[in-house]
Design a protein around this ligand. Structure first.
Ligand code: SF4
Ligand code: ZN
Length: 321
């Protein structure tokens, strides 16, 4: 039995990068200290905030909700609410919503569930079917990502949030970094910064990623130790189309063979984002969508473009530049 490096209790986690073992108590202490340090380092939160936590009902977002809820109880200037986007993925999302509701019974955080059906006019399942019927070239995750990002910002603003916290962890970030390198979409790297959306458009809610420096394994252990997840595991039926899962497997194999790989990739990503900040390559000019009035990098935002292609919106009468 491996013992905790700080006491005699059995270890629940061994950090292979620095060969340190943690028991339950010392792991929770280590995890929370690390996330607080990230929040301070990137000045993610001010004295008075209404923090909207983007939750999916999965382990990462429930860990973030629990962590920020716990933190807010010691900070009277911080209010926490949750926002769950229900894309409408049958056989998957209804179970993760149940997970969220079960955990939130304990926390009592005010929340809002906003659905694609309500805001976009179709569930993701219907969108995918309609897209195929019309011969559109997009994969399910393309619609899902665009509409989810769009609604998170819009509804967080409607809820009066001053900051939107997402549960992207170190693994998510390095996967997205490699995906962008592979697709030659460097212009999207600005989105990977720990803090985004500050003063770039009046309708953008500032976004923070407090878990950016903790690994997926660490957030999973944190969720398990705090009773936030059920033993059942639900997988999105569209996940098989997403290259992310192949990249995830590849990075995990590299990490296994050479502990510290993920940390190295994360540091390279942060440095690349920092070096590219301000360059025209990554700093998109933020305009206002001429259809819906939301922030956009084009005259018509990606969400409205998809809605036009899916027949959910009339083609605009103005000339698109
Ligand atoms: Fe959406 Fe794709 Fe994730 Fe499923 S796997 S929730 S479709 S982004
Ligand atoms: Zn729009």
């Amino acid at each position: 039995m491996v013992k905790c490096s700080f006491c005699d209790k059995p270890a629940v986690y061994v950090n292979r990068v620095n060969n340190t073992a943690y028991c339950r108590t010392h792991f929770i202490e280590y995890f929370e200290r690390k996330v607080k340090k990230t929040i301070r380092k990137y000045r993610m939160l001010g004295k008075n905030e209404h923090i909207i936590v983007a939750v999916s009902g999965g382990k990462d977002s429930l860990s973030l909700l629990y962590f920020l809820w716990k933190l807010s109880r010691k900070n009277p200037g911080w209010r926490v609410s949750a926002l769950l986007i229900d894309e409408g993925i049958k056989g998957y999302r209804e179970y993760t919503i149940m997970n969220f509701l079960r955990v939130n019974e304990r926390l009592g955080v005010p929340y809002r569930i906003a659905s694609f059906k309500e805001y976009i006019g179709m569930t993701l399942d219907e969108i995918v079917e309609e897209g195929r019927r019309r011969g559109l070239p997009y994969l399910p995750c393309a619609y899902c990502g665009v509409f989810r990002r769009y609604l998170l910002n819009k509804v967080a603003r409607e809820m009066g949030g001053t900051v939107l916290a997402t549960a992207h962890n170190m693994d998510d970030m390095v996967q997205t970094f490699l995906m962008n390198l592979a697709k030659d979409t460097l212009e999207r790297l600005a989105r990977l910064a720990p803090v985004t959306g500050v003063a770039s458009h009046e309708k953008f809610v500032k976004r923070i990623k407090p878990f950016i420096e903790v690994s997926e394994k660490e957030t999973t252990i944190y969720a398990l130790l705090n009773g936030l997840i059920q033993p059942e595991y639900y997988k999105c039926p569209y996940a098989e189309f997403n290259i992310r899962f192949k990249i995830r497997r590849m990075i995990n194999e590299l990490e296994e063979a050479q502990p510290g790989t993920k940390n190295g990739l994360l540091n390279s990503m942060l440095e690349t984002v920092r070096l590219l900040a301000g360059s025209r390559k990554v700093e998109e000019e933020i305009k206002t969508c001429r259809i819906c009035g939301e922030p956009s990098s084009h005259d018509v935002c990606r969400a409205c473009q998809f809605r036009i292609e899916l027949g959910l919106l009339e083609k605009p009468v103005f000339r698109l530049e």
